[in-house]
Design a protein around this ligand. Structure first.
Ligand SMILES: *Cc1c(COP(=O)(O)O)cnc(C)c1O
Length: 462
């Protein structure tokens, strides 16, 4: 979104303006200011020639809502714009988008290198779905660049990581990993769900593809599933490593997507083939609800971060808490990376380990009233979960360890409520956890400890 000033100089709109306006102008037929919900499966063609041109991808036009829809298009363009990409393609969920994004670039015999600190659903998708397709996978400790490098093979087609890992709160060092990928002609794919484009735009650091579960902070209201895949448009898919993207496609009457559409080639293939064939399209109504969420993304994220930082400081000083893993704390080993990639804050999802392990964790969660015990993040409401018994329960002990989870790990998604109320509720939960037994001595012993390098804010300690 750029307008030209009378003096000929461009005026580029700021992020907050684009969060409200990008991808939409008032509807030309009705003047509707909000994005209309085009709840239609299909579109009447003007004539047979234009119908043929649409199907041949010679002209861009609506044919069927599995492939494109005007309400969904406004959402796609808005996120593509906010991430600084060439465009976006929306999906029914984050995992639908991730599967399609990978399908588009992979073929049997290929290999993917991924961070071991991923969302649980992504771990299972990468491990099991890709294996069924004869694609091999190597998980690496995301913090060690030499492991990423050592894992690359001649058949490697993607490096995959999350801006902020789940639930360990690792911040990915995107820039050198992107450079490593590019040195080998391999794209870097980043799941930016936890950061959102407001806190971090991975494309600015060299990432080639950015994936979101829009279900989380982008929507922000916990009502609608959705996903979106954004591409920077700068990766050279014709570098010899990606015949599946560059060569004439048997699934689209011999069209060579990268040669024909240039910087939009990957996204066109993602839409015209992968979305068409896998079918996980976003519904127009969900696109409408998610767009409403995106309008307030900047102000919501500021509040999410402020509440999360204060709650992290409260937990650090609490005798029932063994450790807090939040990159926004000055003594976090990820703090320097947070300062580089996430200057506005490390997001609002992080975890801590409670003293007393599983029993204490269960007692805490069951006592809470304001915090909802459920498997989601990025809602306006504060959420809490015990990963080892829920989101990550499919993982073996080794994988749990690799993902940085113990029996006492509790994950928070800090919402927008009044801070005092959130802390009041947690404090009641901790009292119940202490009463759950076996942990009194440990907690008392810990009560006198000091936490080095962390400034406590007295107003949040009560
Ligand atoms: C939720 C989530 C996903 C999956 O998204 P869905 O919309 O639930 O399919 C992927 N990655 C991360 C980081 C998530 O939090």
């Amino acid at each position: 979104m750029t307008e030209i000033n009378p003096n000929g100089r461009p005026h580029a709109y700021g992020f907050d303006t684009r969060a409200v306006h990008a991808g939409q102008r008032p509807d030309p037929y009705t003047g509707a200011r909000a994005v209309p919900i085009f709840q239609t499966t299909s579109y009447v063609f003007e004539d047979t020639d234009s119908a043929a041109a649409y199907f041949n991808l010679q002209e861009y036009g609506n044919t069927y809502s599995r492939i494109m829809n005007p309400t969904v298009a406004a959402f796609e363009e808005r996120i593509g714009n906010l991430e600084g990409g060439a465009g976006g393609v929306a999906f029914a969920s984050g995992l639908a988008g991730q599967a399609a994004a990978l399908f588009t670039m992979l073929q049997p015999g290929d290999h993917v290198v991924a961070s071991s600190a991923l969302y649980g659903g992504s771990v299972t998708q990468l491990k099991h779905l890709l294996r069924k397709l004869s694609v091999e996978l190597t998980f690496v400790d995301p913090d060690d660049l030499s492991l990423w490098e050592g894992a690359i093979r001649p058949t490697t087609k993607a490096l995959f990581g999350e801006t902020i890992g789940n639930p360990g709160g690792n911040v990915l060092d995107v820039e050198p990993i992107a450079r490593l990928g590019h040195d080998h002609g391999i794209p870097l794919v980043i799941d930016n769900t936890f950061a959102t484009p407001y806190l971090c735009r991975p494309i600015e650091w060299g990432a080639d593809i950015v994936i979101h579960s829009a279900t989380k902070f982008l929507g922000g209201h916990g009502t609608s599933l959705g996903g979106v895949v954004v591409e920077a448009g700068t990766f050279d898919w014709s570098n010899g490593r990606f015949p599946v993207v560059a060569d004439p496609s048997p699934a689209y009457h011999g069209l060579a997507f990268h040669e024909t559409f240039g910087m939009y080639g990957y996204l066109m293939k993602l839409r015209a083939e992968s979305l068409r064939d896998l079918g996980g399209a976003m519904s127009p109504f969900n696109a409408f609800l998610l767009l409403l969420g995106v309008e307030t993304l900047p102000i919501r994220m500021d509040r999410h971060v402020a509440n999360a930082e204060d709650i992290a400081r409260f937990l650090v000083c609490h005798p029932m808490v063994e450790r807090v893993r939040y990159a926004g704390l000055e003594d976090s080993s990820y703090y320097p990376l947070k300062e580089k990639y996430l200057p506005r804050g490390a997001g609002a999802v992080f975890s801590f380990d409670i003293r007393g392990g599983r029993a204490a964790g269960t007692a805490l969660i069951e006592r809470l009233q304001l915090w909802s015990h459920l498997a989601n993040v990025g809602d306006a409401k504060s959420l809490i979960i015990h990963p080892a018994s829920t989101t990550h329960r499919q993982l073996g002990d080794e994988e749990l360890r690799a993902a940085g989870i113990t029996a006492g790990t509790i994950r928070l998604s800090v919402g927008l409520e009044t801070l005092d109320d959130l802390i009041w509720d947690l404090e009641r939960g901790f009292r119940a956890a202490r009463a759950a037994g076996g942990t009194n001595e440990e907690a008392a012993a810990a009560a006198g400890r000091t936490v080095e390098g962390v400034e406590t804010e007295p107003q949040v300690l009560r």
